[in-house]
Design a protein around this ligand. Sequence first.
Ligand code: ADP
Ligand code: MG
Length: 692
Amino acid sequence: MRPAILFPLFAETRTLPGVGPRIEKLIARVAGTRLIDLIFDLPAGVIDRSWRPKLIRAEAGRIATLLLNVLEHVRPATPSRPWVVRCSDDTALIDLVFFHARPDYLKSVLPVGAQRLVSGRVERFREALQMPHPDYVLDPAKAAELPLHEAVYALTEGLPAKSLHKAVRAALDKLQPLPEWHDAAMRKARGWTSFHEALQAAHAPVREDDLAPTTPARRRLAYDELLANQLALHMIRARLKTPKGRALAGTGTLKRKALAALPFALTDGQQQALAEIETDMASPARMLRLLQGDVGAGKTVVAMLALLKAVESGCQGALMAPTELLTRQHMASLAPLAEAAGVRMALLTGRERGPARERTLDTLRAGEIDILVGTHALFSDDVSFRDLGLAVVDEQHRFGVHQRMQLQGKGPADVLVMTATPIPRTLALTAYGDMDVSRIHGRPPGRKPVETRVISDEKLDQAVAHLRGAIAKGARAYWVCPLVEESEKSDLAAAEARARELRQALGIPVGLVHGRLKGQERDAAMERFKRGEDKILVATTVIEVGVDVPEATIMVVEHAERFGLAQLHQLRGRVGRGAGKSSCLLVYHPPLGETARARLKTMRETDDGFVIAEEDLSLRGAGELLGKRQSGMPEFRLADLAAHSDLLAMARDDARLVLSRDPQLKSPRGEALRLLLYLFERDEAVRLLRTG
Ligand code: ADP
Ligand code: MG
C-alpha cells in the first residue's frame, strides 16, 4: 500500500482550488488526473516579465511590464470591435485592447485616473502602441503578485494558461519534503538538491536555459525516475531468479535431427545467439534472455532449437505468440522440424474450447505433449505442464513486466523473449533491464534488399499504375492504411473505401483485414491472400500484417508520415521474404513535417533495424504519439532517454548495488527507495518485497 506521506500527491486534481469539472477534464488531457501528474508536468517554456521599459522604448513583439496611467475607456462603435482602454506614461500612449470585453469588469480593474501595472505582449498597430489582452493588470501596491518569470506549460484548446499555472502551483504546495533516497556523497558530488527542491526549481525557470534537460534539477528528477525503473526491473529479476532454475543440459540428438532436416545452415548470428541461449539453459540459474533481431532475421528457428534442447532434457517447452494468426503460423512452420525430430507439438489458443481443449490440457499434464504453441491462453490458470523447462515468448512488443510475472506461476522455467523490434540499447535497458540480451544482426543470405521509394499522395495514381503492372506479372501486394483517427470506425471506412477503389481501378479482387473482423474472418482473408486468390490485401493495422507470405513483394504504406520508424521498418520487413525482387512505397500526405521527413529519409537510406532503432530514438519527439503509444515501451515523464542515457547506465549500476546490499530495502535508504518506487508507481515491484 502506498505510504500516507504520498497520499496528497495522488489526490485528484479536482480537489485543488479553482479546478472544476471543466478544467479537470482539460488538465487530464495535458497532464493527468492527479496532483502528481501536474507536478511531473514540467514547463515547456518561460515568460520573462522583468523588462520594464518606458513606453517610448517599448519594442513590438516583446513581453513587457509597464507602469501606466489609465486615461479613458473607448466604447466600440459596433459590438464586433474591441473595447479600448487608453493609457499613458510620461513618454507615450498605449491602447489596451479587449475583444468580447465585459465593460463593467474592465472599468473596475482599470478605473480612469488610476495607475496600473500591466504586463503582456506589446504590439504596434499603424504606428500606435497596443497591448491586446494583457496577461496581468495589477494595482502597483500589489506589484509583488506579478510573477517576473513565469513557467509556461503545454496547453490544450480551451485550457487557460492561468488555470493550469495555478493548479500546478497549488499541487506543488502540497508536496512535502520526502526522505532522501540518494546516497549523500553522490548527491553532493553532482551538486544535486533534494527531490523537493529540484521539483520546485524545475517549475520555476528564469531563462530558456533552465528548461534544458542538462540542468541539475532536471537531471536529478530524471535520475529519480530512471532509478525507480531500474530498481523495479532488478527486483523482478531477483524474484524470477529465485527459486533457482536448473540445468537443462540436453543431449544434442533432437537438435541434430532438426538441423539435418533444415534446408539451410544457420548463419553466424543465429549460431552465436543459440550458443548464448544454450549456455544459459545448461547453467543451473534460471535463464531470462531477450533475443532481438529484425523481422526475418531467423529467430524462430533458434527458438525451436532451444525448445528441442528442453525436450532433450526431459522437459516440455512452450512457445507463445501475441496473436492467433502468428501462433498458427509458428505451428505451421515448425511442424516439419518437430516431425523430423520426432517431438509432439500441440496448439492452444482462445479458440480451442470444450472437449478438445480439455484433451489438450490432459495430455499436457500427462507429459504427452512436448511443445505447446499458443497465444496468451497459455497463461490461463488451468494450463499446467507436467514439467515446463523453457518458455519462449514471441512478443511483438507486448510482453510487459506484468506478463513476465505471470509466467512465474508456471514454475521456474527458463524464459526466452523474442522481439522483432530492434530496440536501441538505452531503451532495451529501460524495458528489459532485468534480462540478458542476444542480438541477431543481419538477415539470412539470399535476401535481396527492398527498394524503397517515397512519394506524395498527389501521385497516388502512379502508385496504382505501378501496382497494375506488377500484379499483371504475378506480384502480390500489401496496402496499409494507418490508424488515422481516434475512432476505429472512420479508419475502417477509409480502408474500405481504399479497397473498393483498388478493386475498381484494377478490376481484381482485393482483400481487407482490420481489427474488427472476427478471428476466423481475418484468417480467411489472410488465407485468400496467401493462396493468391486475392492479389492485394488492404490492412488497417500493423498487427494483421504480422504474417509470412513470401510471394508478397510490394508494400504500400499510406500516410507513411504518421507511422513511427520502428513501425515502418516492421511493415517493410513483410516483403523481401521470398525470391522475387521487392519494393516498398511510402506514400505521404503533404506537407511533411521535419521529423516525418527525416524518418522517411532514414527509411530510404538504410534497412538495418538496429540503425533505424537508434535513429528512431533520437528523432522521437514529444509529439511522436502513434509510435510511442503502440511500442509498449515504458514512458518517462521526467527523463529524456536521448538526453539522459548516461544517467540510465548510472541508475542500473546503482540499482544493482543497492539490491545486492539490501535486497529487501529495509535500511533507512531502502525505506526511502520504497517511497521512490511508489512515487513513480512501481507498486508491483514493492509488492514483490512484501511477499518475497
Ligand atoms: P523472424 O522470426 O526472426 O522474423 P523467421 O525465423 O521467421 O524470422 O525467418 C524468416 C525466414 O527465413 C523463414 O522463412 C526461415 O525459414 C528463413 N531462415 C531462417 N534462418 C535461415 C538461414 N540461416 N538461412 C536461410 N533461411 C533462413
Ligand atoms: Mg518471427
